[in-house]
Design a protein. Structure first.
Length: 371
């Protein structure tokens, strides 16, 4: 690549066609290149232009890298589904006000530090108006998965899809808010409605969302049982505050959980692994217990015992993404000291190294790519 990076916003002097910038681009399955691409134009009505400072890696990045897109997409594609950055330009006001209800109508300006919502929602359907952004009836796409994502120096976004970062919260930590923290916030408190004094089983407690779930559950006074894959992770999970840690490679977690709870079971099971643990998590629930799931990293299909489901009166919640309110609440928790667990920071040019580490399941916490 040629050109000198402008350290203020990461721009590069352009060709005759205009300015260029860096972008991490998926060009084929498991092949990502750092390319020079055209920089965006000035933001339009209702838009802001953001200089990206950090992105968080998630399993959805790995799925896209492997070619596991669930909707039609066109390569090359700029990757990255979760990011934090700084507003460098603000477009003129939109011709009409946003119909969204329940959200703070807070203006933004150049120099504000923000995170961006990772889906292009319509802002006008019933779900969007009610602040249930992740149930948008007309969602256009997921950033970095179906359309160009955040792994680039500059991006234009609708101002209604950005959330200010509180003072004292770093770009590195804030980059975990849209997915890692926001997803957990939505799972635990909107769906499972975890309460102080309850007992929760957190599967894969060493993952980005697993570590977040441990910290959020402990913060409200829940008893946390978690599973991990090795003794080193067990020690780290214990240090995070988990009350009981089970190495699922050496023990059957179902039996240990039943023993720990006096055969009653847990109030909530936090699932995101899939077939390898799903039915075991159900067996760990007390009668009337709640299971919430947001992922299926070990596969997509299970066989469910319906007799067990209705006899035990389980409640099962599917949970995907989060609302903008969840992101705002997550950032407030970070500002109060409940920060994410960071496994590794990698520079932009080593994005693929981060994906390989995430795929290996050797991580404990989040992998962050810094610009």
């Amino acid at each position: 690549m040629t050109g000198v990076v402008d350290t203020a916003i990461g721009e590069r002097p352009g060709t005759a066609a205009g300015r260029t910038m860096r972008a991490l681009t998926l060009v084929a399955d498991r092949k990502i290149e750092l390319r020079d691409v055209a920089a965006p134009p000035a933001p339009g009505p209702g838009e802001v232009q953001i200089a990206i400072k950090a992105i968080g890696l998630n399993h959805i990045d790995v799925w896209g890298w492997r070619g596991m897109a669930f909707a039609k997409r066109t390569l090359p594609l700029v990757v990255g589904v979760e990011a934090a950055g700084e507003i460098v330009a603000v477009g003129p006001p939109p011709p009409y006000p946003s119909p969204q209800a329940g959200e703070e109508k807070q203006g933004v300006k150049a120099g504000d530090r923000v995170v961006a919502y990772g889906a292009l929602t319509c802002g006008s359907c019933k779900a969007c108006r009610e602040g249930r952004d992740n149930l948008c009836e007309n969602v256009a796409s997921i950033m970095g998965f179906h359309v160009d994502g955040f792994a680039r120096d500059l991006i234009n976004m609708p101002a209604r899809l950005v959330v200010p970062i509180p003072q004292g919260v770093s770009f590195r930590d804030a980059a975990c808010a849209p997915v890692a923290f926001g997803t957990v916030q939505h799972m635990l408190f909107d769906n499972a409605k975890l309460e102080p004094g309850e007992t929760i089983l957190v599967q894969a407690g060493g993952s980005g969302i697993g570590t977040s779930a441990i910290k959020m559950a402990k913060a409200i006074g829940a008893t946390v049982i978690t599973t991990v894959g090795d003794n080193a992770k067990a020690a780290k999970a214990k240090a995070l505050g988990a009350d009981h840690v089970i190495n699922y490679r050496t023990e059957r977690f179902e039996g240990v959980v039943r023993k720990l709870t006096g055969k009653k079971g847990v109030d909530v099971a936090f699932e995101h692994v899939g077939p390898d643990t799903f039915n075991g998590s159900l067996l760990c629930l007390k009668r009337g217990g709640r299971l919430v799931t947001c992922g299926s990293t070990s596969g997509q299909s299970i066989t469910l015992n319906l007799f067990q489901l209705y006899l035990q009166q389980y409640r099962i919640f599917g949970s995907f993404g989060c609302s903008i309110r969840n992101i705002r609440d997550s950032l407030a928790k970070m500002a109060s000291g409940l920060t994410p667990v960071i496994d590794t920071e990698v520079p932009l040019a080593e994005f693929e190294r981060g994906l390989n580490r995430l795929e290996s399941r050797q991580v404990f916490g989040k992998i962050i790519v810094m610009f």
